[in-house]
Design a protein around this ligand. Sequence first.
Ligand code: TXA
Ligand code: MG
Length: 309
Amino acid sequence: MKTILRKAIINLKKGELIAFPTETVYGLGADAKNNEAINKIFSIKKRPRINPLICHFYNADKVKKEVIFNKNARILVSKFWPGPLTIILKKRKNSSISNLVTNGLDTLACRVPSNKIALYLLKKFNGVIAAPSANLSSKLTSTHKKHVLKSFGKNVLIIDGGPSKYGLESTVIDLTKKNPIIVRPGAIESERIKKILPNLKTMKLNNKKIISPGQLNKHYSPNIPLRINVKRIKIGEVLLNFGKNNLKSKIKQLNLSYSADLNEAANNLFRYLHILDNKRFKGIAVAPTTNKGIGKAINDRLKRASFNE
Ligand code: TXA
Ligand code: MG
């Protein structure tokens, strides 16, 4: 393990990419202060330039060097960092983060992960790692090393940290507006955040418009069609089930959680979608899943996965 971590640090310093585990999902990381390195992320992922990246820091003090903290930030950070929460704050005028990370925006999405390997890298690299999820743009998220390999082959150094703990991306909150607003539901339930920030708002998923930079509706998509909230399975479809019901596929089915446990479902979501995403099948039919707690993030991912252009 030590050798690959050493290689990863060298890569970061040289402006090369690395894929590394976080507690949410695998990230595709590069030196956030190096324009060329950031360009490589956008091109290998085929990611639209307007979709800004999240920066990963070793601790909150390092974050404060790049962005201006406010009261809500202090409250949230003391409770949820290190961990699966990303906060958007105003960038400092003298910030040394590459402008390509945010496509020239004056805000920056910041997160301090809790995964031990991620923290080790951040400490030894002694810098900031910009990292989107380690998948091709608009495709399924990677929660295992083998998913990253499917996206990028051997072109990127991949650090294997086993299956991701949460299996869903971080919750992203914009703290630059009058009220704090969740721009992407994720691994931390909005109910937990609302308890300490009662004026918390949530951005609605809009079918027509792009609702925030990079919040493209079509996202997290398998290569075959996906339908949600199904009542009946069509011929040729495989089934992604949830809880106990009478749904059945003649071909193949997986159950996110037989006991309708949402944390278990979140954890299985992308792993099972990767398994069911096979050109031999006509499509993936997904059973209704509970839309509360972490279920909101699960439904957000499924809804976007079901969009067709
Ligand atoms: O769990 C995670 O957040 C993972 C791991 C690797 O940390 N990262 C991740 O990054 O999911 P990505 O690039 O796949 O998603 C970042 C999201 C996008 O929806 C993007 O639009 C939003 O964060 N975002 C980033 N910077 C922003 C900004 N300045 N303003 C508004 N939204 C921003
Ligand atoms: Mg992503």
